[in-house]
Design a protein around this ligand. Sequence first.
Ligand code: PMP
Length: 372
Amino acid sequence: MTEPGIDDLPIREELRGTSPYGAPQLDVPVRLNTNENPYPLPEPLVERIAERVTEAARTLNRYPDRDAVELRTALAGYLTRTTGYEIATAQVWAANGSNEVLQQLLQTFAGPGRLAIGFEPSYSMHGLIARGTGTGWISGPRHEDFTIDVAAARRAVAEHRPDVVFITSPNNPTGTAVDAETVVELYDAAQAAKPSLVVVDEAYVEFSHRPSLLPLLAGRPHLVISRTMSKAFGAAGLRLGYLAAHPAVVDAVQLVRLPYHLSAVTQATALAALEHTDTLLGYVEQLKGERDRLVAELRATGYEVTDSDANFVQFGRFTGAGGAHAAWQRILDRGVLVRDNGVPGWLRVTAGTPEENDAFLDAVRALKKEQS
Ligand code: PMP
């Protein structure tokens, strides 16, 4: 008897033939493909995590603080301090990565018979979390330069009347920041069509040249700002994402969150990292400089580059034989792993350490020579 495969199992029909999300985890010298922070956590922070986790371990026989109040208070303090806009603990919710935050939002505000819209190319997990929660997905338009086509976006919102609107700023994979007027226009259009939730995914905002869109929360009870400690805090392995919104939105997501979803170890580790915010934001400043250097050097080498407000850069265009994927392979052959997000003609590189970026720049300069 042969063992059953996925297709032999009674899985949901809409999952048949699909594949799990994930970039290749290849063992190569320079990995610049998943928008991670290249700097390991500083040693004093590692020690503080050990202390905090040791303390938490003494009460691991008990469930953790279900409402993660100390952590949400520290996150509210971080948002208030870095944006100048006052955020209260009751406006913050945290979960295991911002992916879980987004999933909880769709479980609460979308789901079967409801629709979500995003403006693509964008973070593909928005559509995949929609699928996973049984939510219909609408792919909204962008201009050629990857900014949101506001007029077309407004028309799409009026036509489809989505329950959830995703705006990613800075956008992944393009690096494009969204201005406040665009968010306000889309928020108003979405409220006129239906009282829907507008989620601004600010996973990369600490790397932006522009300020956070967080102050737009004032007077907009259906607006959500989603954030993560995976990028700016250099803690992708921690799995800690959070949102800021009207307290009623925070109350609403409690309806779907699993009890004790955020482990005591996660809460202790995140609190330790927040104690070291200033050091970690120092690394962000270095990475912003490296990001700007990548943009300038790629342009000087003759590549097209999309303006970037994130810790990564979209570059191209690869129009020759094999397109972007062939170029991705040629760069990999030189020991540097970048990301092929499936945007025709374009690849994405994450800003690494100066040495990693030099290795990447050597590889793409060689590629340019080969192709000219
Ligand atoms: N939003 C965007 C735009 C992202 O690019 C990512 C990570 N690639 C996430 C959210 C999810 O991050 P995490 O779950 O690690 O918080």
